[in-house]
Design a protein around this ligand. Structure first.
Ligand SMILES: [Zn+2]
Length: 95
């Protein structure tokens, strides 16, 4: 399995653990957590100008459906504690 990349900035997407009480059927979704991402930066400025709030959207990809869309975040560091690090996909040391 290859890591998908963000169509907006080219960074590799991160696996993000979906909350238990959410509508996600997948245990994780792919999310672009780059703070340099144009999609993220544009949404950040847009939310500030429109709603005067420091919130933004990150690019996300549903691994089950292949559907992409915005994932709302309330700050640049929000949700990062639920990133599933996958340095080496062939390694199964934690199993
Ligand atoms: Zn991106």
């Amino acid at each position: 399995m290859t890591t998908p990349t963000c169509p907006h900035c080219g960074e590799s997407l991160k696996k993000w653990r979906t909350p238990p009480m959410s509508n996600w059927e997948s245990p994780y979704i792919w999310v672009c957590f780059s703070n340099e991402c144009g999609y993220f930066l544009r949404s950040f400025h847009w939310m500030q100008s429109q709603f005067k709030v420091s919130a933004a959207y990150r690019h996300r990809l549903d691994p089950l459906t292949g559907e992409t869309g915005p994932l709302p975040v309330w700050s640049a560091d929000a949700l990062k504690d639920q990133i599933i690090e996958t340095e080496d996909p062939s390694s199964t040391q934690e199993e």
